[in-house]
Design a protein around this ligand. Structure first.
Ligand SMILES: *[C@@H]1O[C@H](CO)[C@@H](O)[C@H](O)[C@H]1NC(C)=O
Ligand SMILES: *[C@@H]1O[C@H](CO)[C@@H](O)[C@H](O)[C@H]1NC(C)=O
Ligand SMILES: *[C@@H]1O[C@H](CO)[C@@H](O)[C@H](O)[C@H]1NC(C)=O
Ligand SMILES: *[C@@H]1O[C@H](CO)[C@@H](O)[C@H](O)[C@H]1NC(C)=O
Length: 324
């Protein structure tokens, strides 16, 4: 059921621009070329080779998971124009948390764990506030793919159902956030100085006073949501979902507005979390969180064109319910 083909990273089909993807000239070109979104500086030009890896961690699932137990009778009228999971479940701190995956292609694990954390909180009537460990998933799910070199989304959820994933305090994320951004305080170590290896799978907690087995959480059967309405309905009913987008080289410079791509330079597949939707200047969008720290994009978030499978956003949407 889960077969993958690897998205080859950095296959350049150069049409759109003669500029370096992170350059000021390219940013200015994007801002001249369209008015849907604003580009700005998120990364230092010198970090390009590392930054590309961060955007190539999601492998596509070529087949669709057959639906089960869907009792949706989706009436479009019941779907509001705007929805934001942060407002619907204001007590769930995890929905507001923006992760930093570091220079590792772990988006598939980080956004899965983030979505799982949100769903545990939501399905506990906003009482359970713990985070799921992206590291446990990243390092131990060999069936998922290749750790920091990428993995497939549905397999991450299947792993949660089958083996369980421990909570964050058992296995915190060991790859530190690093300074690929333009952070004037230079508070983080430079990414160049960090190793990029996938952490080792240890079925024990880093904190020896915690027990691995009793730190495990589990999910139910993974579902795929394949239409705009189905995705909306699922988010309203059960919380944010994990999805993926095809990254083109202009996306790195996103700052605000509704992203509609201006570039033909494909970089890779990237997993993200979808937490709502809306409409602005007559353009319908999805509200998503990224995992490139909160100084990327719009406070760590971005919005992207909805309803046209833009950059494949409606193609790879998965989630399950937590078992609590
Ligand atoms: C944006 O760039 C594309 C490709 O170079 C071009 O076809 C289009 O006309 C440009 N749009 C504007 C508003 O400059
Ligand atoms: C970009 O990185 C280079 C090399 O690390 C550094 O010398 C330069 O100061 C950085 N630029 C900015 C604006 O931070
Ligand atoms: C959910 O929590 C609220 C208080 O935050 C409480 O009033 C309500 O009864 C709870 N619902 C259930 C089903 O436990
Ligand atoms: C380890 O876990 C215990 C029990 O939850 C906690 O009190 C302690 O602060 C933790 N130690 C570290 C270094 O996180």
């Amino acid at each position: 059921m889960f077969d993958f083909f690897l998205i080859f990273c950095a296959v350049f089909i150069s049409i759109s621009s003669q500029y370096h993807p992170l350059s000021q000239e390219y940013i200015a070109w994007i801002n001249r070329n369209q008015t849907n979104w604003k580009a700005g500086r998120n990364f230092n030009v010198s970090e390009w080779s590392k930054v590309k890896n961060m955007a190539s961690g999601a492998w596509k699932n070529p087949t669709t998971i057959p639906p089960f137990n869907r009792q949706y009778s989706i009436l479009k009228a019941n779907i509001p124009e705007h929805f934001d999971a942060r407002r619907k479940w204001p007590k769930c701190q995890s929905i507001n948390h923006i992760w930093d995956q570091s220079h590792c292609g772990s988006c598939w694990a980080v956004s899965a764990a983030s979505t799982m954390s949100d769903r545990i909180c939501i399905h506990s009537n906003q009482t359970l506030q713990y985070y799921i460990s992206p590291e446990d998933l990243l390092s131990c799910c060999w069936e998922c793919g290749k750790g920091c070199l990428g993995g497939g989304i549905p397999r991450a959820w299947w792993y949660w159902e089958t083996y369980g994933i421990v909570i964050y305090s058992c296995r915190p994320y060991s790859l530190p956030p690093c300074e690929h951004h333009f952070n004037k305080f230079e508070s983080r170590p430079h990414c160049d100085d960090l190793r990029l290896n996938t952490p080792i799978c240890l079925r024990k907690c880093y904190n020896s006073s915690l027990d691995y087995q009793s730190s495990l959480t589990y999910g139910g059967r993974v579902q795929q949501f394949t239409s705009e309405e189905e995705i909306q309905f699922e988010i309203m009913q059960n919380g944010p979902v994990e999805g993926a987008i095809d990254i083109f080289d202009d996306f790195f410079n996103y700052k605000s507005g509704v992203y509609i791509r201006t570039s033909d330079k494909y970089i890779g597949g990237h997993a993200i979390e979808i937490l709502g939707w809306g409409i602005e200047n007559k353009i319908e969008y999805w509200l998503c969180s990224n995992s490139w720290n909160s100084d990327w994009g719009d406070g760590g978030y971005f919005r992207i064109l909805r309803g046209h499978n833009h950059c494949g956003i409606e193609d790879q949407v998965f989630a399950s319910l937590p078992r609590i």
